[in-house]
Design a protein around this ligand. Structure first.
Ligand code: HAM
Length: 460
């Protein structure tokens, strides 16, 4: 037979690239990993948001995290911090000017128009959740990437929908165990009444211009409403006696606000009218609201906020469609949950452990695990460990009630040993009877088998 010659490969060492920048093994400033140990809080928020969305008739919508920049500029508005200071703008290789989404509403409106959702029966209720990006100065509760759960409803101008949105936001907090919250509410009117109000406001602030901070002097030209919620002491002083939008509403906006308050009274929701609440996004009309922690130590940031934006769809080129929505900041909810010691989600623990002994049993154990899983039995294992002793140690640590032991003999016979971990009693069961037997034993405690029922959601 002819001997095959193997071509020798060159032994030259790969050229080492010099002057490589070291990799910084850290998340970017203002961004974070959500590690497994944090997930029980995130899971609880996910479950509550999804359940409320379902119960209040919202359909889920998922959108790209990147859109054309001008979509955000045209909706949120120039002169707002989100647009002027916080957008992650970039140009793609194809030359498109795009931005990471700083919020959901603009993208949802774009999608509503693009997919002709105006033909759907009203109100069209849409729910989204995911990360949003704002290049803000990071601190506790303020991140450059944060997650929101966002609820928007299109096509209904009746204030009953405003009340329902506030009700959902409030219920969200209650379901998470954040019991003490304060709802701040205001009406900033419609373009018609706001024009006259803004004139009044500008005249007022202009007369006190020298008492305003530099930013507010600029805002006087670009966004006078925002002076009302400036946190600088001297501006707060000036804002106290400023004209209030609720005193200058047109008849329609006045009735809308009054009716909304009646609905909130009917619901016994704990609201406060805050005449300085204007929100940081320009698209709002009429109702605006924010949810804050009700206790003094928690009052560092809003947990959620939203309002009506009846003109936005038309301004974007869609049909004239009233709309209202709100978003909650998930990180802030979790900070508050921890502060008030609210319970996170508690996942179900496996009550059965599968141990294997010997090569043949080890080979069969993967299939057995999968059969158990298909039968809806939540099971733990430690396949990498060799000795039965060390596997039983893991089983004990997990606190399981039964351990299934698959050894050489059992693997040949088509049986399994079922060990009761409390009594130590062992019985040998044939494989075809195993699943029913385990289910019977687990159900004997009235505990629902894994896939057949909903997990415990703490009364959510
Ligand atoms: P927003 O008030 O800008 O409203 O944000 C909603 C919530 O996101 C805030 O109440 C806060 O809890 C959280 N949040 C905002 N910025 C940060 C940050 N830098 N770090 C951590 N959490 C933050 C909106 O985004 C509107 N799109 C809500 C809406 C929906 N309006 C109508 N529909």
């Amino acid at each position: 037979m002819e001997k095959k010659t193997v071509k020798k490969t060159s032994k030259k060492a790969p050229v080492e690239k010099k002057n490589l920048e070291p990799i910084v093994l850290q998340t970017l400033r203002g961004m974070k990993d959500i590690l497994p140990e944090e997930q029980s809080y995130w899971e609880q928020v996910r479950r509550v948001s999804e359940r409320l969305a379902r119960d209040y008739g919202f359909s889920r919508i998922d959108l790209p995290s990147v859109e054309f920049s001008n979509l955000y500029v045209r909706t949120i508005g120039e002169g707002t911090d989100v647009i002027d200071k916080e957008m992650y703008n970039f140009t793609t290789r194809g030359g498109d000017k795009v931005a990471l989404r700083p919020e959901f509403t603009a993208g949802i409106c774009r999608s509503f128009i693009q997919h002709g959702m105006n033909v759907l029966s009203k109100p069209v209720k849409l729910f989204s959740t995911g990360p949003v990006y704002r290049y803000d100065r990071p601190q506790e509760g303020r991140y450059r990437e944060h997650y929101q759960a966002n609820f928007d409803a299109f096509g209904e101008q009746d204030p009953i929908l405003d009340a329902q949105m506030i009700q959902i936001a409030h219920r969200f907090m209650q379901c998470l165990g954040i019991k003490a919250v304060q709802i701040q509410i205001n009406s900033i009117g419609c373009p018609t009444c706001r024009k006259d109000y803004l004139n009044l406001l500008v005249n007022y602030f202009d007369s006190k211009k020298n008492k305003l901070c530099q930013d507010c002097k600029r805002r006087l030209e670009t966004n006078p409403l925002r002076i009302l919620d400036c946190k600088e002491d001297k501006c707060v002083q000036v804002a106290v006696t400023a004209p209030q939008s609720v005193d200058h509403l047109c008849e329609e906006c006045h009735v809308h606000f009054k009716t909304l308050l009646e609905y909130l009274d009917e619901l016994d929701l704990p609201y406060t009218i805050n005449p300085h609440l204007v929100r940081g996004l320009d698209y709002y009309t009429k109702t605006v609201f924010e949810i804050w922690s009700g206790s003094e130590e928690g009052k560092k940031f809003s947990l959620g906020g939203g309002g009506r934006y009846d003109k936005l769809l038309k301004n974007l080129g869609g049909e004239d469609t009233p709309a209202i929505g709100f978003a909650v900041g998930i990180e802030r909810l979790i900070i508050e949950m921890k502060r008030v010691q609210a319970r996170p989600y508690k996942p179900m623990k496996p009550r059965v452990f599968l141990a294997q002994l010997g090569n043949m049993a080890k080979k069969k154990s993967l299939r057995l695990f999968s059969e158990l899983e298909k039968n809806g039995i939540l099971i733990a294992e430690s396949f990498g460990r060799g000795s039965l002793k060390s596997q039983l140690k893991v089983a004990n640590k997990l606190g399981v009630e039964f351990t299934l032991i698959l050894g050489q003999k059992e693997a040949l016979d088509g049986t399994v040993i079922v060990k009761n971990m409390t009594t130590g009693v062992q019985e040998t069961v044939s494989m075809d009877k195993l699943f029913d037997m385990i289910k019977r034993k687990l159900k004997a405690d009235n505990v629902v088998v894994y896939h057949n029922g909903e997990h415990d959601t703490h009364g959510v």
